[in-house]
Design a protein around this ligand. Structure first.
Ligand code: THG
Length: 370
C-alpha cells in the first residue's frame, strides 16, 4: 500500500501546488486535510531543521474561532487553564478536556481580541464539540472554522529570515505571542510558535487563495539561508519531548498523564469542563501515569518502528505503553516516549519493551531528552 486516493473528503491545503513542486513524497491526513510529512530525505530534513531553516505546510492545524460577546467565557469554559489574565496578541498552550477530565486536544489558544479567540487545534473534531456546547449553553457566540492556514518557518535561521520579511520588531515577539499583519498584501497572523524546539514562527495565512504566493515569497527570501521544505520532524520532536495528541496519550488520559501538568490550573475560580475531575486527581495524590522518556538498549533496526502503543512491561506485567521510538541522531542512541505507571517512574525502575526482535530493557528519564 503506497498510495492515498485524494478526493474532496480529504481537503487540500492552500499550499498544495507549492509542496508538490517542492517534491513532497509522503503525506498523512490530519483534521481531514492533507499533511505533508516528508520530501524524501528525512535525515536532510532533520539537519535543515537543526542547522538552517525549513518551511512546513501545517495548514492542518485548523483554527476553531470563538467570536462574539460571550467569547471569553466560552473560550475559558473549553480550557483547563486560567486565561483571565491573557491579553490581546498572546497565545498559550492549553488542554481541552471532557467532563471526566480526559484530554480532547492540546491547542495553542490565541486571543485576537476580547471577543475573538482561536483554538489552533491538533487532530480531533473540536469544531463539533465547541459548537455543540456553546449552543447548549445559550452563549452569544459564533463557532466557526475560519479560512486560516498556518505555514511554519522553523530552525535557527528562521528569525533572521522572518525579520527580513516583516521587520526587526519580530525579534521582540515572545513565545506564542503574535501580531496581525500582512506580507505584500497577503493577510497573515505572525506568531512565534511551531512544533519544534529549534525556534521559529508560524504565518497564519488568512486568505486561502494566496497560499502559493505566500509560499513563493518565503522561499525566495529564504534562498540565501538555504531554506528548504520540511515537515514536523518525528526524531526532533521525540528528542524535545513534544506531545503528539492522540498518538502519545491513550484516549482515557487526563492532561496530567499526558505531560501537560504545568499548563493545567486546578486551584482557580474559573469554570471549565473537567475541572472537578482534575481537582480530584490532584487531591488523590496526582496522576496514575506519567509521560516520560525511555532509553532503549541496542540499535533501532529496519524491523521497527513498533506498532502504535507497544506494551511496556515490568516482571511480565504491563505498566505502560510506548508511543514513539527513534534513533536520536544527536544522542546516538535509541530513545522513545511512553506513558508509564507513576509508581514505576518514581521507583526509577528498569522496564522492558517487546520488540519484533525480542525483549529490550529500557531506563526511564524526564523529558525533554534535549
Ligand atoms: N502549531 C499550531 N497549532 C498547533 C500545533 C502547532 N496545534 C496542535 C499542536 N501543534 C499543539 N501541540 C504543541 C505542543 C507543544 C508546543 C506547541 C504545540 C510547544 N511546547 C513548548 C515546550 O513544550 O517546551 C513550549 C510550551 C510552553 O512552555 O508554553 O511549543 O505546532 N499553530
Amino acid at each position: 500500500m503506497n498510495r492515498i486516493t485524494l478526493s474532496p473528503r480529504i481537503r487540500m491545503t492552500p499550499y498544495h501546488r507549492s509542496v508538490v513542486e517542492a517534491g513532497v513524497s509522503d503525506i498523512s491526513v490530519y483534521n481531514k486535510m492533507v499533511m505533508p510529512t516528508s520530501y524524501g530525505d528525512l535525515l536532510a530534513e532533520y539537519d535543515r531543521l537543526l542547522n538552517g531553516v525549513a518551511i512546513w505546510d501545517v495548514s492542518v492545524e485548523r483554527q476553531v474561532q470563538i467570536s462574539g460577546p460571550d467569547a471569553h467565557v466560552c473560550a475559558q469554559y473549553f480550557t483547563a487553564r486560567d486565561i483571565t489574565n491573557m491579553v490581546e496578541g498572546q497565545g498559550k498552550y492549553v488542554a481541552m478536556c471532557d467532563h471526566a477530565g480526559r484530554i480532547l486536544n492540546d491547542p495553542v489558544l490565541m486571543k485576537l481580541s476580547g471577543n475573538r479567540y482561536w483554538f489552533s487545534i491538533g487532530d480531533n473534531d473540536m469544531l463539533l464539540w465547541c459548537k455543540g456546547i456553546a449552543a447548549e449553553r445559550g452563549w452569544d457566540v459564533d463557532v466557526t472554522e475560519p479560512d486560516v492556514s498556518p505555514l511554519a518557518v522553523q530552525g535557527p535561521k528562521a528569525e533572521d529570515l522572518i525579520a527580513e520579511l516583516f521587520g526587526e520588531h519580530v525579534r521582540d515577539l515572545k513565545y506564542f505571542w503574535f501580531i496581525e499583519t500582512e506580507l505584500q498584501g497577503i493577510p497573515v497572523v505572525l506568531c512565534r510558535s511551531g512544533w519544534s524546539k529549534q525556534g521559529g514562527f508560524e504565518l497564519f495565512l488568512q486568505d486561502g487563495s494566496r497560499g502559493n504566493d505566500l509560499y513563493s515569497i518565503v522561499m525566495a527570501a529564504g534562498e540565501k539561508y538555504d531554506i528548504g521544505p520540511g515537515a514536523p520532524n518525528h526524531v526532533e520532536r521525540v528528542e524535545s519531548g513534544l506531545l503528539s495528541y492522540g498518538g502519545d496519550n491513550t484516549p482515557d488520559s487526563n492532561p496530567l498523564e499526558a505531560g501537560m501538568g504545568r499548563y493545567v490550573d486546578t486551584d482557580t475560580e474559573v469554570e471549565y469542563i473537567g475541572k472537578a475531575a482534575l481537582q480530584a486527581v490532584v487531591a488523590n495524590g496526582g496522576p496514575e501515569r506519567v509521560f516520560v522518556g525511555v532509553n532503549v538498549e541496542g540499535e533501532l533496526t529496519e524491523a521497527w518502528p513498533l506498532p502504535a502503543r507497544t506494551p511496556v512491561t515490568l516482571d511480565g506485567e504491563q505498566v505502560g505503553t510506548l508511543s514513539a521510538i527513534v534513533h536520536s541522531h544527536r544522542l546516538g542512541r535509541t530513545i522513545g516516549l511512553a506513558q508509564i505507571a507513576r509508581t514505576v517512574v518514581e521507583a526509577d525502575a528498569t522496564v522492558e519493551i517487546e520488540t519484533p526482535e525480542g525483549r529490550r530493557s529500557a531506563t526511564l528519564q524526564k523529558l525533554p531528552f534535549l
